[in-house]
Design a protein around this ligand. Structure first.
Ligand SMILES: [Zn+2]
Ligand SMILES: [Zn+2]
Length: 305
């Protein structure tokens, strides 16, 4: 292995791949359920040697304008992005869940969309934002419903306490934090694993587009898509790649922070075999989750942006 600047170059008998750690294409700010402002996320990206950064808040592009500004001020490149909450694309496979030591698959699939050439004020961006609005608008009623369910389960929480934690759109991590503060759970993770995770007693589903609908809308607005964190879906890699190819998804987030090296490699090969690209992302939500952005070695030639 030869290290040059941030690029890692690996040579094997068949190919030469140029690897990079300069990209982080998946992160969240206070515009959705991240802990840090857009400005802080931009600075943390810079501090971790990221040069190409995408802010991918859930179902909103409201952070794009400030992300563009702060990326410029810290000297990195900003790629407008969003993480769209979609209906499940394929049912989970029991053997695959077993292989990944996961108890259940998430009920939503997340689709990352990137618009490398779009500015926040361009017409397609406005059209796209409009399409996202109903997905956003439902967040408050849904939160209130989850709070009602928790009250029925003997864990009353004041909506205002949750709302004041959310600077942008309100989400489950804000509720999890409130549950910790009320002393109902020890940690945010416990809140998700026992009460508010998909399909659990205090969870309320939100209206979602299908993956195909989201792909169509993104491509109409000039963007590309990558299926986020496949580890959560419990679908074998080859089957998942076939599904993405059939439905027009451009890439799979093979290089997600939660994936082992072996799983990253397996997904990457499944993508290469079928002619899909890949993306890489830390899925950074904040430092209290013991997460850091960047430092994700990725083969640059197969990146979707
Ligand atoms: Zn996600
Ligand atoms: Zn995410």
């Amino acid at each position: 292995m030869i290290y040059s600047n941030h690029n890692l170059i690996r040579v094997n008998a068949f190919s030469l791949y140029v690897w990079t750690q300069r990209y982080d294409l998946h992160s969240h700010s206070t515009n959705s359920d991240g802990e840090h402002s857009v400005e802080s996320v931009a600075k943390l990206m810079r501090a971790n040697d990221v040069e190409y950064w995408s802010l991918t808040d859930h179902d909103t592009i409201s952070g794009w304008e400030s992300a563009e500004k702060y990326a410029k001020s810290v000297g990195i490149n900003f790629i407008p992005g969003v993480e769209i909450t979609c209906e499940r694309g394929l049912p989970p496979d029991a053997d695959e869940l077993d292989r990944q030591s996961r108890e259940r698959a998430s009920k939503s699939w997340h689709l990352l969309a990137y618009f490398p050439t779009l500015k926040h004020f361009d017409e397609p961006a406005l059209r796209f934002a409009q399409w996202l609005t109903p997905l956003q608008d439902n967040r408050i009623p849904r939160m209130k419903e989850m709070i009602d369910k928790l009250a029925d389960l003997g864990m009353p929480i004041d909506y205002e306490v949750v709302a004041e934690k959310a600077e942008g759109s309100i989400g489950r991590p804000h509720l999890a934090q409130a549950m910790v503060e009320y002393g109902y759970v020890e940690s945010k993770l416990e809140a998700f694993e026992r009460w508010i995770g998909d399909g659990l007693p205090a969870h309320v589903a939100q209206p979602k587009p299908s993956i195909a609908e989201a792909v169509e809308m993104v491509s109409k607005c000039g963007g590309v898509t990558s299926l986020a964190h496949p580890l959560y879906y419990g679908v074998p890699s080859t089957r998942l790649a076939e599904f993405c190819k059939e439905i027009g998804v451009d890439a799979i987030e093979a290089f997600h922070r939660s994936h082992s090296d072996e799983y990253r490699y397996e997904l990457w090969q499944a993508c290469r075999n079928i002619g899909l690209q890949i993306s890489c992302g830390s899925d950074f939500h904040g430092q209290s989750y013991a997460q850091l952005p960047g430092r994700m070695p990725t083969p640059i030639d197969d990146l979707c942006v």
